[in-house]
Structures are given as structure tokens and as C-alpha cells.
Design a protein around this ligand. Structure first.
Ligand code: SF4
Length: 494
């Protein structure tokens, strides 16, 4: 290792420090073997964009600050500009940069008060996690070490009880949690961790750290593709629900489902393991028949698409509340009738709620049996509609009372197809039960992609792009509902 490598390895940024707190192996791979990292997904990129938006709103808590740019600006220049601004007496800085003991941090917001500077670390989450405290603690350590008088250390996060009424009120949108008191007690830990991380980075070999819950906690690690290579199909990690747990079994050296002692498995897991190992499906015909007999006409199949945002988009909405912008509905009025299809997709840039619920209430007949997949989601949305439009409360209550959950027979393992791999989501069940319908060739394959496509459409000014996304969204939502229709048809043949 050259001297320059050694110096480079001693250098720790805040993000590397936080990575190291999750897993030393991740820290090492990030610095020494970055080529093993998985690609950043489209969903992660979108999440990053939303984080930036939240950061911009949080800056309004301390307006008129000076931003220290970081994109395409060398770290050394960021530090010099920060120092210059502080010397000039600038009261509020956004993204200022500091270094101490070869640790580099950027602070979301630094604000000078009467007794010293306050650190404000902005999070787009609606609750505090331990890792956020260490995020502030390492900043506190560096700024203090760099000679800055720090009077406060704060976490700024989203207040999910805030209800928008007019323009966003940032004082109500954010909660500022003062964590100054615990900073001193965290300092020893920060110092020791930095030293340990430097030792790890000096090593020639990748740290011998096995996979575990830490691979997903507090964040999904981007080296999962590398570290989990030895986990193949039919592994204990496919076990879902109550009973035996994949991580616990793995710790005992049990990796393959065939090696799991029967007595550790719940009844549902026994069905899963038996079906997987024998490559067979399980159908409880009596229970499926009972389910089908509980349906009645008029029969509707309903699916909503929703988006959520830390910044509530419309009056009466809360941060992270699911806002429906689309639905698809198949309706059959009696056993001999043909299915009729209805759909709604909001135009970009408008509040879709009223238009959507009024159209839907016209299309679902009174006392219809309404089939959905995962009723807690659809019921949650319908309850929100009652809050937004109390005048429709009675009609919406009738729909809620008449909802039947098609997920239920799959969740209870009355129907289990071995390739579902423990899952009972519609994405797992539909392609197996109705192979002619598949998400594989769809431009939009899941709800997360649909939401991001909707955001893109809402921002786009390009008519051809808008049209393309609309078409893809309509196709996607229709497939979910048509899928339910076909699944019930298939179940009648069991
Ligand atoms: S996948 Fe797990 S074991 Fe591997 S580096 Fe990430 S957290 Fe560590």
C-alpha cells in the first residue's frame, strides 16, 4: 500500500462513517472494492430527489442563508468557502463543509444563535432512528473539533400529523428535536468508531463479516448482490410469516429449506416447504369454494393507484398520506352479463380526489360486492375519501362494508403455488395462476414504478411523453384488475 493509499484510507466522510456503523464490510467494500456495488435503482434515485425537495423546504425554517455548493465543487474549496462565510459573520449556511482529524462532514443547515451555532440535520422520515443521532453526533464532533462554538444539535424531521391548509407552513411541517444533551455522551463512541474504521480500511483483505439482518438495517446495503451470492433458490430466507425465521436458521447453519426441522415450522410454512421441495401446488378446494360462495352480484373488481409525498400536495392532506390518482374497475351485474370496464387517470397537475370519487361512486352499484387485493390498502384510501368529502360518507361506508379481499385465500395458504416463494402478493400469484397475463412485458411493473411515472408525467411539458406515460399507467392498472377477474375465473375451476 502506498503512502497516498494510507492517507486516503485514513480519510473518513460522514456518509462512510454511517456506512461503517451499519457494517464494516460495507465500509471496506465501498472504499476498496466499489466495483462490487450494485446499481442504484430508479426508485432510489427518485427517493434522493425527494430528499432534496424536503431539504429545500427545511431551509425555509432559516431563510436567507448562503448555500455552499457541493456538486462539482472540490471538498477543499467547500471548506474554504465555509470558513470565509463564518469569518464574514454569515448567520445561516446551507450545506457548509468542515473537516477535523481527517473526517469530513457537511451540515444541512448551520444557524448562528446568541450562544453559538446550531446544527440542523434534516431527514425526510417521520420518525427518529438511532442512525440519525449518530449522523448528528459525527457532525458535532467535527465542528467542535474544528473550533466552532456549538450551542445546539438538532434533528429536523417530518411531522406526519400536519394537515396542509393553503401554502406549506414549514414551522408545522417539520419537528425540530433538540438532541444537544446526548451529544457529549455519544462523542466517545464516535471517536472509537472512527479509529476502528480506520483499522479496517488498512487491512488487505475484505472483513470476514457474514450476512444478516444488518444487510437491510438501517438501510438496504448496496453490496447485497456480492455478499448474498451463496444464497440460492429454496433457501430459508424464502420462509415468510410466523414460525421459523430465515436469519435465525441461517445463524444455526441451516440454509436450505430441506434442512429445516419440521417442528420449527408453522402450519403455513409447512405447506410452503412441502410444496417447494416437491414442486407441487396446494389447493384447499373446500375453502376456495367457501370464498367463491361468499361473492355476489353485482360484482366489481377495483384497484387504486396512489402516490405519497413528504410534502402534502393538496389542502386536507398529510405528509406521506396515500393520494389516489387512478383506478380501474371491472363490473359484472349478473351471472349472464358481460364485464364492463371503467377507468380513471388524473390529468397531470390537478387535485384528482373529487373527480375520482364522484366518478367511482357512479360506477359502483349500490350493494355491489367489491373485490380488491389487499383490502387494508383500498379501505384506507376509502376512509381518507370520507374525511375529504364527508358528504359521501354513507355511500363510501357501503362500499367498505362490501369489500372482499381476494388476497385472503392466498394469505391463509388455501391456495399456494410453489413458485410463489412464500409471497402472497398479486405480483407473485397472478403470473402463476394466469400465465397469459404477465407484468414482464409491461413498461410499468409495480406500484412504486407507477407512482414515479405519475410524478414524471405531472412535471413533464412534453405532450408525447405525457401521452406515453398515460398509456403505460392505464395498461398497468388495468392488468391488476383484469388479473383479479381472471384469478377468480381460474379459482372456479379448482
Ligand atoms: S450485504 Fe450485508 S454483509 Fe455485505 S457489506 Fe452489506 S451489510 Fe455487510
Amino acid at each position: 500500500m502506498t503512502l497516498s493509499d494510507k492517507l486516503q484510507n485514513a480519510y473518513v466522510s460522514k456518509s462512510l462513517f454511517l456506512r461503517g456503523l451499519q457494517c464494516y464490510k460495507s465500509l471496506y467494500l465501498d472504499r476498496r472494492r466499489p466495483e462490487l456495488r450494485g446499481e442504484i435503482s430508479y426508485a432510489q434515485e427518485k427517493l434522493f430527489e425527494r430528499g432534496k425537495e424536503v431539504g429545500t423546504y427545511a431551509q425555509m425554517l432559516f431563510p436567507c442563508g448562503i448555500i455552499i455548493p457541493y456538486e462539482e465543487t472540490p471538498v477543499s474549496e467547500q471548506i474554504i468557502r465555509t470558513t470565509d462565510e463564518i469569518k464574514k459573520g454569515t448567520l445561516t449556511l446551507y450545506e457548509p463543509a468542515f473537516t477535523y482529524n481527517n473526517v469530513f462532514v457537511k451540515v444541512d443547515i448551520l444557524n448562528k444563535g446568541k450562544k453559538g451555532f446550531g446544527i440542523y440535520e434534516v431527514k425526510m422520515a417521520a420518525e427518529i432512528k438511532d442512525i440519525y443521532i449518530y449522523d448528528v453526533a459525527v457532525q458535532h464532533y467535527v465542528l467542535k473539533g474544528a473550533g466552532l462554538p456549538i450551542s445546539k444539535a438538532n434533528l429536523v424531521y417530518i411531522n406526519n400529523k400536519y394537515v396542509r391548509n393553503g401554502d406549506i407552513d414549514v414551522d408545522k411541517l417539520f419537528i425540530i428535536e433538540d438532541i444537544t444533551e446526548i451529544m457529549e455522551e455519544k462523542e466517545d463512541f464516535v471517536v472509537k468508531e472512527i479509529e476502528s474504521m480506520r483499522e479496517v480500511l488498512k487491512e488487505d483483505d475484505i472483513p470476514d463479516i457474514d450476512i444478516g439482518r444488518h444487510c437491510h438495517n438501517p438501510y438496504d446495503c448496496d453490496f447485497i448482490g456480492f455478499c448474498w451470492q451463496h444464497i440460492h433458490e429454496d433457501s430459508v430466507f424464502e420462509l415468510k410469516g410466523r414460525g421459523a425465521n430465515g436469519y435465525e436458521l441461517y445463524k444455526q447453519g441451516i440454509i436450505h429449506l430441506k434442512d429445516v426441522p419440521q417442528e420449527l415450522l408453522s402450519n403455513n410454512q409447512k405447506i410452503q416447504v412441502e410444496c417447494t421441495l416437491e414442486r407441487k401446488d396446494f389447493i384447499n378446494q373446500k375453502k376456495v369454494k367457501e370464498f367463491l360462495n361468499s361473492l355476489w352480484y353485482p360484482l366489481c373488481f377495483l384497484d387504486f393507484e396512489t402516490f405519497y409525498s413528504p410534502i402534502p400536495p393538496f389542502n386536507g392532506t398529510r405528509p406521506y398520506q396515500q393520494i389516489p390518482y387512478q383506478y380501474s374497475l371491472y363490473r359484472k351485474d349478473n351471472a349472464d352479463a358481460e364485464f364492463r370496464y371503467y377507468e380513471y387517470l388524473s390529468q397531470p397537475g390537478i387535485d384528482p380526489r373529487k373527480e375520482l370519487i364522484e366518478k367511482l361512486l357512479k360506477e359502483i352499484p349500490e350493494d355491489a360486492c367489491v373485490i380488491v387485493y389487499n383490502k387494508s390498502f383500498e379501505i384506507g384510501i376509502l376512509k381518507s375519501f370520507k374525511d375529504w368529502f364527508p358528504e359521501y360518507k354513507e355511500k363510501i361506508d357501503t362500499i367498505i362494508n362490501n369489500i372482499i379481499d381476494l388476497m385472503s385465500p392466498f394469505q391463509k395458504k388455501d391456495i399456494y403455488l410453489w413458485q410463489m416463494r412464500g409471497s402472497y402478493s398479486i405480483k407473485a400469484a397472478l403470473p402463476l395462476l394466469v400465465p397469459e397475463l404477465s407484468y414482464n412485458n409491461m413498461e410499468i411493473k409495480d406500484g412504486e414504478m407507477a407512482m414515479n411515472a405519475y410524478f414524471t408525467m405531472a412535471k413533464s411539458k412534453d405532450p408525447s411523453e405525457i401521452e406515453k406515460i398515460r398509456k403505460a399507467l392505464l395498461e398497468y392498472c388495468k392488468l391488476d384488475t383484469l388479473g383479479m377477474v381472471k384469478m377468480v375465473e381460474r379459482m372456479r375451476g379448482f
